[in-house]
Design a protein around this ligand. Structure first.
Ligand code: HAM
Length: 429
């Protein structure tokens, strides 16, 4: 048989021990941050009902779905966590303590075109608050994202959160451009989200496409793109409709961020709208200030998602924070930790006669919490020593015929070379 391809499918990763140590380090920071913010961990199957993801606003994420039919069921690998969370909240809607604070670290699958930090699978830390309509929830979430970044060693100047309000954009557009076609708003956001990627001309073309879902007259399409250039909250105040509730929310959010002492890391940016159709209010995305990478994390308020899935309305807000982009950034900054393997002891019985007492010693050390590798085969003592060193063990316990007769193990500290005898525990009678 021809040798199989030893690489994993394109865009996916194997996690060898050193990779998994790094992943665990990152997940531990996410988990610990979530714990400090009082969030509980949840999970859901990686395989979902495909209909959960089948939205019609032209989102990239829908085209990228890994999905298939099996025994008359239409299934999909989850491309994001939010729809599963919505399903779970709906399943227990009458029995939950509100507001819900849930987090998860799901692996998500998207058939992406691969670029730096963009893969076909990634792990994504999700933090979501369900049942809180006020922006105190947004402030808490943005603070949590920065707390995790601080714990990774990033500095206050390394990442900026760009914040906007889809509600503000909607108010403005309804008044001036969309009139009686509110259904055009979601696809419009999906198109605007591509601005950085495809450029202003292409966005205008798509907004004005007579066969598309938005169909703005060309001058209006140009005006909409110009609106996105509004820089800073000051300017937004001038262009917002009078008495705008969305603007008031934004102002309140910035005041709350001030109290967390992170306002200087957050900027208003009218061009951030997010590429997912379900957002309804504040939206935010964090970028490295070097401007080299795609978004480190992104989220926002999605008060109508549950309704769109047939449930009773519940307000919700959250974010997703991927493992791939942050790893690139930490690598660039020299912040990825060195995480060597840790092993307390190797136990080496010279032969079969010494093995039972070696097993008893291994059991005793393991009961006390140590990580212990018991040499399983036959080898020369010199080779066992070199191998223990290579494994990164702290010490090796050598048990030969002489040690066995004296009821001890010869212990060698591998860092210092210091040696001593230690009594062997009795084996089972
Ligand atoms: P998203 O913006 O699609 O949002 O993804 C969130 C983050 O996941 C991105 O900022 C990025 O770090 C990472 N990410 C996404 N796709 C990829 C990829 N192909 N390769 C590597 N990293 C990726 C959502 O998924 C929303 N469901 C987040 C959310 C939660 N909104 C509310 N609650």
């Amino acid at each position: 048989m021809a040798k199989i391809n030893t690489q994993p499918p394109r865009g996916t990763r194997d996690f060898f021990p050193e990779d998994l140590r790094l992943r665990t380090w990152l997940f531990d920071i996410w988990r610990e941050t979530a714990r400090r913010f009082g969030f509980e961990e949840v999970d859901a199957p990686i395989l979902e009902h495909a209909e959960l993801y089948m939205r019609k606003a032209g989102e990239e994420i829908v085209d990228q779905l890994y999905h298939f039919e099996l025994h008359d069921r239409h299934l999909a690998l989850r491309s994001e966590f939010t729809p599963s969370l919505a399903r779970m909240v709906m399943a227990r809607q009458g029995a939950l303590r509100w507001p819900i604070r849930w987090f998860g670290i799901p692996q998500c699958w998207r058939y992406e075109r691969m670029t730096r930090g963009r893969r076909r699978e990634h792990y994504q830390w999700n933090m979501d608050v369900w049942g809180e309509p006020g922006v105190a929830a947004e402030a808490e979430l943005i603070n949590a994202a920065f707390s995790a970044m601080d714990a990774m060693g990033l500095g206050a100047g390394d990442v900026r959160m760009r914040v906007n309000s889809r509600a503000l954009l909607e108010e403005t557009l309804r008044e001036r451009f969309l009139g009686d076609r509110p259904e055009a708003f979601e696809p419009l956001c999906v198109v605007i989200d591509k601005l950085d990627k495809i450029g202003a001309d292409a966005v205008v073309d798509q907004l004005a496409d007579p066969d598309g879902a938005i169909r703005l007259p060309k001058p209006d399409a140009l005006d909409v793109v110009a609106l996105l250039q509004v820089g800073g909250l000051e300017e937004a105040r001038k262009s917002a409709p009078a008495g705008s509730a969305a603007l008031a929310d934004l102002e309140r959010l910035f005041a709350l961020l001030e109290a967390y002492d992170i306002a200087d890391r957050v900027v208003f940016d009218a061009s951030v709208v997010r590429g997912l159709a379900y957002y309804t209010g504040i939206v935010f995305e964090a970028f490295d200030t070097g401007g080299k990478l795609r978004a480190v994390c992104g989220g926002g308020r999605y008060d109508r998602l549950i309704e769109s899935l047939g449930g009773k309305p519940v307000s919700a807000v959250g974010f997703g924070f991927g493992d791939a982009v942050i790893a690139e950034l930490l690598d660039e900054k020299g912040l990825l930790p060195e995480l060597p393997r840790t092993l307390d002891a190797v136990i080496f019985p010279f032969g079969d006669a010494e093995r039972p007492r070696a097993q008893a010693l291994a059991s005793s050390l393991r009961r006390s919490g140590q990580s212990v590798e018991l040499v399983l085969g036959q080898m020369k003592p010199k080779r066992a020593l070199a191998d223990a060193d290579r494994a990164g063990a702290e010490r090796i316990y050598l048990i030969g015929p002489d040690e066995l007769s004296r009821g001890v193990a010869r212990v060698r500290e591998l860092r210092t070379g210091e040696e001593r005898d230690e009594p062997l525990p009795e084996g089972p009678a």
